[in-house]
Every structure is written in structure tokens, then in C-alpha cells.
Design a protein around this ligand. Structure first.
Ligand code: FAD
Length: 393
């Protein structure tokens, strides 16, 4: 078992984390490092043993918030050096097929990294196996929670058996449609709002070239901004690209035949057709359906000293600012800092987290909404080219 840092509690807490996605599996590591008993319950099978599910972004942009958290649990270097693909700026694809780059930070060369969701999640789960104080339970769906008592009921998805569990602390990291949050909503003074935007997303793929290399310059987040809709592409380790088309659902509906789809791509994304390939474009487009995008704001994040929600469960955001996972990872960092500060005294830790964190997550949520307009439209406006011209001086 890894050594414990100074300042950990004398009392070992019994903590249940609901949700073994990106944020829950990271949180389990932070808590394990503090020496607590951690039981991680995940609805789905072990992600390391299942093929990539379509409809959940295949890759993500990891930024400084996320890197910081990975560093705390000893995984940043591995992630960046062995798996992350640096993206130093945006590469804009114009209608005529020409491109130009807008660096994120030409002065100090800061960048974001494209990372695989499954790889990152699997790495976090694998790391948790190095801690004897972490237990992992897959195929367990939370169906009922009495958060004031810290008692939970799960159903095993394979045998349908009910499993009852008690904990000193319940941490809900069970995503945008969180069952823990649903239980919190019964508490008086719990504020909640959600918004579905009118746009959905569908993932396509640009395969590697005949030599197994990248078909486009690899170290950029590629964007095809088209005013009311856009397409983006992030690089993968195998030199393919995950391409995401964001568009109003009404537009998706209109593309109901191969001919209409090809006409649409020839008009708006002509340079992408030879990259994706006509056959693959048709196959991938019609084998999936666009997924919705929801934004959730709520508070407080805790119920007394017994329960807390983090990650998308507390603040699902639209993906245009690339900060959903990063902000969720930052939740784990901040929670750990408070546990350190208050020596794991849960009433103080949870109250301060809840009182302070929401302001930043509400701001990230608003920025994410704004950034869709920026990425699909404003990025092409002259002011950016003017700024780029100054950067180049
Ligand atoms: P999730 O990843 O949703 O994990 C929740 C887990 O809880 C799941 O494993 C689920 O199976 C489990 N669960 C759910 N219900 C139950 C239950 N009842 N019982 C037990 N377990 C349960 N973020 C970035 O930072 N950068 C990006 O570039 C980025 N790109 C994105 C692109 C798209 C298209 C989308 C949709 C999102 C993107 N995000 C990005 C956001 C990011 O995916 C989320 O913020 C992140 O996945 C949140 O992690 P989480 O662990 O909180 O939730």
C-alpha cells in the first residue's frame, strides 16, 4: 500500500463512491492515499473489459486542472508522456478547404492534451488496485439512497440481487443523471436546474493514412466552424481522429438519406470527405444517432456530513469549453485540500466545499455555453486574425 501523506486522519473513514467513471475512480485514489476504506460502486462492467461504447466522447482535452489532479495521484507524467497528444492550438478549416492555425499560447507554449476516455478511466482503476483499502464493485446500480443515514441500496445488474451498504460518507460521482443527486433533491432548499441545448452531437472518424500515420497535422484541435453548427476533430494514439459534428437536432433530422448527407458534407465540409472516406462517412453517420447535451446547475453539493456530489453529478456542462472532466478532477483536488486542512473533519470539509465550489462551477458552465458560439462562429471573425497577426510579431 502507498505511504500516507502527513495530515491524514487518525480515524479511518468508511467511504462509498458511487460511479467509477473518470471522476469517481480518481476520487477513490485521493481517498485511498489518505488511508480511508473506499468502496467504489459502478453501474457498468469494468471499462477495461468492454469495447468502447459509442455516444460518449472517445477522447477528451486534458488541461491544467486535470493534469494537476493526475499529478497528485502520481499519474500525470505517465499520461502526458505515454498517452497524451499535445494540441498547441486550433486549426481552422475554411469552406474552401484551406486551413490556418490559432495557437493557444504562442509565448509560453502551453497546450492541452488529447487523451482517450477509456485509457484514462482504465488507468485510474488499475492504479486503485495498488491500494489494499480500495474495493471495486462493477455491475452495481444505485437504486435507492437515504443520504442522511449514509445507507444505499444497489441492484446487481447480472443477478438482480439487492445489496445494502452503509457508509460514513457517500460520494456521488455518478454523472449527469446522478441517482445520488436525485436523492438529494428531496432535501429542502436544494436548488436545481437543467437545460438541454437544441444541438446534439454525433461522432465520426478520420482513419489513419495508408502508412499508419496522421492524415492532418496532429498537434491541433481541428475545427470546421460554420456559424450555426461546427465539426471538430481530436487526435487519437492510433493516428485516427475522433470527429464530432455538433448541430441542431432539426438539421440532423433533415439528413435522412445518403445523397443528402453527401450533399451536406460537399457544401460545408468538402475537405473532410476524402479524409473520412465517402463509404465510412455514410456508414458511421447512419449507424449512430445524435446524442443530446445537457447542462446541470445545483446546490448545495452536500447533505450534512454524510453525502457529497462531485463531477458531472454536481455540474454537468456542455462540452465546448473542454472543462467537464477537468473541473470534475479539480473537485477531487479541492476536496483533498480541504480534508488535509481540516484533518478529515467531515462537517467542516463538506460545508466549505459546498459553500465555495459552486461559484466556479456555475462560471465554467456559463463559459461552456458561450464557447459554443465562439467555436462555431466567432473564431472566424477578423478580430482573431488581428490578434494572431500581433502574436506573430
Ligand atoms: P461520468 O463520466 O458520466 O461517469 C459517471 C459514472 O457513474 C459512469 O461510469 C456511470 O456508469 C456511473 N453511474 C451512473 N449512474 C449510476 C448508478 N445509479 N449507480 C452506479 N453507478 C452509476 N470534458 C473535458 O474536460 N474535456 C473534454 O474535451 C470533454 N469533451 C467532451 C465531449 C463530449 C462530446 C461530451 C459529451 C463530454 C465531454 N467532456 C469533456 C465532459 C466529460 O465527458 C465529463 O465531464 C466527464 O465524463 C464527467 O465525469 P464523471 O465521472 O463525473 O461522470
Amino acid at each position: 500500500m502507498a505511504s500516507l501523506p502527513n495530515g491524514h486522519t487518525a480515524k479511518k473513514l468508511d467511504i462509498v463512491v458511487v460511479g467509477g467513471g473518470l471522476v469517481g475512480s480518481l476520487e477513490a485514489l485521493y481517498l485511498a492515499k489518505r488511508g480511508h476504506r473506499v468502496r467504489l460502486y459502478e453501474y457498468r462492467e469494468d471499462i477495461r473489459e468492454t469495447p468502447q461504447a459509442r455516444g460518449r466522447s472517445i477522447n477528451l482535452a486534458l488541461s491544467i486542472r486535470g493534469r494537476r489532479a493526475l499529478k497528485d495521484v502520481g499519474l500525470e507524467q505517465h499520461m502526458i508522456e505515454n498517452h497524451g497528444i499535445p494540441m498547441v492550438g486550433r486549426m481552422i478549416h475554411k469552406l474552401d478547404g484551406t486551413t490556418y492555425a490559432i495557437p493557444y499560447d504562442a509565448r509560453t507554449n502551453q497546450c492541452i492534451y488529447s487523451v482517450g476516455r477509456n485509457y484514462l478511466n482504465g488507468m485510474l482503476l488499475k492504479e486503485s488496485e495498488n491500494y489494499e483499502n480500495v474495493e471495486r464493485y462493477f455491475n452495481h446500480k444505485l437504486i435507492e439512497a437515504n443520504l442522511k443515514k449514509g445507507s444505499l441500496t444497489f441492484t446487481k445488474t447480472d443477478t438482480k440481487e439487492e445489496v445494502k451498504v452503509n457508509a460514513d460518507l457517500v460520494i456521488g460521482a455518478d454523472g449527469a443523471f446522478s441517482a445520488v443527486r436525485k436523492a438529494m433533491m428531496k432535501q429542502p432548499l436544494f436548488d436545481y436546474s437543467q437545460k438541454y441545448i437544441e444541438h446534439g452531437y454525433l461522432e465520426l472518424c478520420i482513419p489513419s493514412n495508408a502508412n499508419g500515420g496522421f492524415q492532418m497535422p496532429a498537434n491541433y484541435l481541428h475545427i470546421w466552424p460554420r456559424g450555426t453548427f461546427m465539426m471538430i476533430a481530436l487526435p487519437n494514439q492510433d493516428c485516427s481522429w475522433t470527429v464530432t459534428l455538433f448541430m441542431p437536432f432539426t438539421n440532423f433530422k433533415k439528413l435522412d438519406s445518403k445523397e443528402k448527407l453527401l450533399q451536406f458534407f460537399e457544401k460545408y465540409f468538402p475537405d473532410s470527405i476524402p479524409l473520412i472516406g465517402k463509404k465510412k462517412l455514410i456508414e458511421d453517420f447512419f449507424s449512430g444517432s445524435p446524442s443530446p447535451l445537457v447542462s446541470v446547475k445545483c446546490r448545495p453539493y452536500n447533505v450534512d456530513d454524510k453525502a457529497l456530489i462531485i463531477g458531472d453529478a454536481a455540474h454537468a456542462v456542455v462540452p465546448f469549453y473542454g472543462q467537464g472532466m477537468n473541473a470534475g478532477f479539480e473537485d477531487c483536488t479541492l476536496l483533498d485540500q480541504l480534508m488535509q486542512k481540516y484533518k478529515d473533519d467531515l462537517p467542516r470539509v463538506l460545508e466549505e466545499f459546498s459553500d465555495t465550489r459552486w461559484k466556479d462551477t456555475y462560471a465554467i458552465s456559463d463559459l461552456a455555453m458561450y464557447n459554443y458560439v465562439e467555436m462555431r462562429d466567432l473564431v472566424t471573425r477578423p478580430s482573431y486574425r488581428i490578434r494572431k497577426a500581433f502574436d506573430d510579431l
